[in-house]
Design a protein around this ligand. Structure first.
Ligand SMILES: [Fe+2]
Ligand SMILES: [Fe+2]
Length: 336
């Protein structure tokens, strides 16, 4: 007998059937018997909401109810995600004209240009996170590629942008700051190589937290410790972001590694797949470094910002298993 079940009702011994294709989840098969809590946690972290369980193939206690329980239908999309008819922004209004004007103005001095590009990048990311529909994702990616090319080709403006990054509670500010610092790190690391598509990398860095639009902002900005349930919700955002890009046909390999792996940690304690060492792609590791640095130096509802120098020192001295040493040293040199 097949029964519908929600992810929070899963038990070891259940023979589960995951909807969709194997591309939609982290397991090698879509039907299997649950052996341990880790598998249940992975399903929660990957945002799987509702599954089927084949009771005839499950090993469950005799008193397990075999009748079909009424399971509420999952929402098509969480409430806070903009759906197309109500989307506030569209590809024509998403990218401020002043952003492209500043990027292409050859006469503007670097300090003014940096300020204009930074401010308008924040506006663009705000709009994209408010209306993250497919055609906006494509328009946003195009604009981010222009920003990336500016950072790659104009050191003066790029370092001015690095200097003026402001920090606040918002995901759009975090996204732009991580985008700028990660592009600068990638530029230094891959200086002598033609094997990297830096435009796609830039897009991935700016969009690394796209999946956070699925998470209640009260949880993202909650002062104090998160409950296990809240933490499980946070842990779904890499996979949600990956899915959004894939469904928008905007997923390159670069974006995939960045979005899915930016919370994986060198020693295997990260999420969602608990990858270890070289299992984490360089692109994911670059984003992780910029992400941690931004989180430390930003103000949060639950903490004061840490000065840049102290944050870099903390990352070097107190997080030895977190980062690749060589990559961290190159990152530190950006702020000399
Ligand atoms: Fe993230
Ligand atoms: Fe992030």
């Amino acid at each position: 007998m097949i029964k519908s079940i929600q992810v929070n009702e899963l038990q070891i011994g259940m023979y589960i059937i995951i909807p969709g294709t194997w591309m939609d989840h982290p397991f090698t098969r879509s039907q299997f018997r649950i052996k341990n809590q880790k598998q249940i946690r992975m399903m929660q972290e990957h945002g799987l909401y509702q599954l089927k369980v084949d009771l005839s193939k499950s090993n469950l206690p005799k008193d397990y109810p075999a009748t079909e329980a009424a399971v509420p239908e999952p929402p098509d999309k969480p409430e806070q995600v903009a759906v197309e008819p109500q989307a506030k922004w569209n590809p024509e209004t998403l990218v401020p004209a002043a952003l492209m004007d500043a990027i292409t103005d050859k006469k503007m001095n670097p300090a003014t240009k940096a300020k204009a590009v930074y401010k308008n990048s924040l506006d663009m990311m705000t709009r994209l996170l408010e209306s993250p529909k497919a055609d906006n994702i494509h328009a946003g990616k195009d604009a981010i590629k222009s920003i990336t090319n500016l950072i790659l080709s104009d050191d003066n403006t790029a370092y001015n942008m690095l200097r003026i990054t402001s920090h606040d509670l918002y995901t759009y500010t975090h996204s732009v700051n991580v985008g700028i610092t990660a592009i600068m790190l990638a530029k230094d690391l891959f200086r002598n190589s033609d094997n990297h598509d830096l435009e796609e990398l830039g897009a991935g860095f700016f969009l690394h937290d796209l999946g956070k639009v699925y998470i209640d902002s009260q949880i993202i900005n909650k002062p104090g410790r998160l409950t296990d349930e809240e933490m499980n919700q946070i842990r779904t955002h890499p996979y949600q972001g990956y899915k959004m890009l894939k469904e928008a046909n905007a997923l390159s390999d670069e974006c995939k590694y960045i979005v899915l792996q930016h919370h994986e940690v060198y020693d295997g304690t990260g999420y969602p797949n608990h990858l270890i060492g070289d299992e984490i792609h360089d692109y994911g590791r670059i984003c992780c470094l910029a992400d941690v640095f931004e989180a430390l130096t930003a103000e949060r509802s639950y903490k004061r910002p840490i000065p840049r120098f102290d944050a870099l020192k903390l990352m070097r001295d107190e997080m030895p298993k977190h980062f690749n040493r060589e990559m961290l040293n190159t990152f530190i040199m950006l702020f000399k």
